[in-house]
Design a protein around this ligand. Sequence first.
Ligand SMILES: *Cc1c(COP(=O)(O)O)cnc(C)c1O
Length: 385
Amino acid sequence: MSERVIPLAEPCLRGNERAYLDECLRTNFVSSIGPFVERFEREFAAYVGAAHAVACSSGTAALHVALRVLGVGLGDEVLVPTFTFIASANAIVYQEGRPTFVDSEATTWNMDPSLVAEEIERRGQDGRPLPTAIEVVHLLGHPADIAPLVRVCDEHGIALVEDAAEALGACYRGGPLDGRHVGTIGRIGCFSFNGNKVLTTGGGRMLVTNDPELARRAKHLTTQARLPGLAYSHDEVGYNYRLSNLAAAMGVAQLEQLDGFLATKRQIAARYDDAFHGLPGVTRPPHAPWATRSAWLYSIRLQDAELAASVLNELVTAGIGARPVWAPLHRMSPFAAAPIIGDGTVATEIASTAISLPSSVQLEPADQARVIDVVRSAVSGILTR
Ligand SMILES: *Cc1c(COP(=O)(O)O)cnc(C)c1O
């Protein structure tokens, strides 16, 4: 194979990243204090339509703080999808809470809202304890069906938190949530800026909320809960979770390009959608009529696990950075004892049959055509064998 590897999801740094980083070096603002942090927070909040934003050093940090300020503590139950990246569930354990997993729905691959609603109603009728929080994840850039979760959380006083790590730019279409960005609907939302995400700062996260008191507490906890003034006075046990001015400078530069990134990613997804339309053995990823996707990562489902493994193998052999999606968390050793709502078969089915295809902003049409060719010939070669 002489052809170069086509990456799965690489950063695109073609804007003012270098200029703004130079500015940090020139002005000596390289740490967690500096003008870019505040600017990134302000501009990000305006972009997604949230009242407040708090920049954090990682996605995991932001989720941890979110759960803490929402009152999740020792022994508190939090509902989370079983089909997600492990960071979503780890944050619950950092707070010594108890994750209860929820199976996926086949239509969006996200947490099944009807399973959640039925469980909460049943517990309400039986007088059984309710979860402290529900953590919904917008997987692979497709919004979760959040309206039923908002209803159930409002009715029962449960905190709704959104892990929007992969879904910056994803919105709702039509209905009462028309035009609203994911991450701004629950009490707190978190977005990731890891290297492979829609927007990158080299690592970091934004916590957004419309609640000024939650924002104030989150910012306080991420800065070691230090009180104003020169003295080292702290009123809580906090964390060093602030984003650096260097990272925020990259974030500001990336945000300037975000609309272009999203347009390109959606074009890439549309080209894959066209190419795989009606292809036997292949199902395209969810795209609900009420959803505008971020198209972070384009993932197809194959007709069975065997076909998925073969196609993945052929892609990797051809130098294409395809990957399986995550394995369900309720099967993983750190969470083996955790309960699950639904039996997990939908998530298990998706996890064993789905693979993600290269979706970088700079994916060249010719490279995408190569990916499509390999998928097509692998599938037809195997199905006609
Ligand atoms: C990437 C990701 C995270 C973790 O974010 P980091 O910024 O890498 O810590 C959490 N949840 C989901 C669903 C993710 O995809």
